[in-house]
Each structure stands twice: as C-alpha cells, then as structure tokens.
Design a protein around this ligand. Sequence first.
Ligand SMILES: [Zn+2]
Length: 133
Amino acid sequence: MASVAEIRWSAMKRAARHSCPQCGRGELFQSYARLRGSCEHCGLRFRREQGAQTGSMYLSAAITQLFACALIFLVWFGTDWGLGASLAVGLPLVAVFCVLFLPYSQALWTAIEYSTDAANREAWVQPRNGRDA
Ligand SMILES: [Zn+2]
C-alpha cells in the first residue's frame, strides 16, 4: 500500500499531465477546461457533486492574483510606463493567464480532492470499472 505522501505526489504529477489522478491512464478533460464525468479506465468520478470544483476557482483566482502582483512589480520597477499603458498591457496578459491556467487549476484541484479522500479511505476513490458513475 502506497503512503499518503506517495499518493499525493503521484496524483499531482498525473494532474500536471491532465491524466486521471488514480490510474494515470484516463484523460481528465473532454475539451478545453471541461472535465469528463469519470475516468474511462478506472471509473474514478472527477465531478462527483455540484460545486466540487469550487476550490479550483479559488485556486485559479489566487494564482492569477499572484501573477498580477508579479506583473505589477515588473512594470512598476522595469518600465517608465504610465497608468494607461500599464493597464493596456497588463490587463490582457492577466486575462490570458487566467484562461490558460484554468485547466491546470481544475486538474490540480481534482488531484487534491482525490489524494485527500484516498488518504481518508473514502469510498468514491475505489475503482468502479467505469460502469456505475
Ligand atoms: Zn483513472
């Protein structure tokens, strides 16, 4: 039996590849930033209840805010741009970053949920043969 740390590390690596955190073989997404209902290989439910991905929105918002802060410091200390030019360049960059990071935040959140629930031995993380989702 894998240790909790091994489960968490494995789930995070698989999520970074957009693969199922449990088996690593199934695809997490059916299209851009749209999670599948469950894994086609092991049956793990990715969307097991309404609001289960709320944490990914918070994660995405927090990381995007960190990106925006870093961008503000770069522009503030690295350029002599005025407010208008800074906003004209910065706002689109932040918006693009947010859109590009969204699937990663969903994948990471799915892995966080999986590894937390696997450590607690909750029933939904047991393989289901993909039939009874
Ligand atoms: Zn799977």
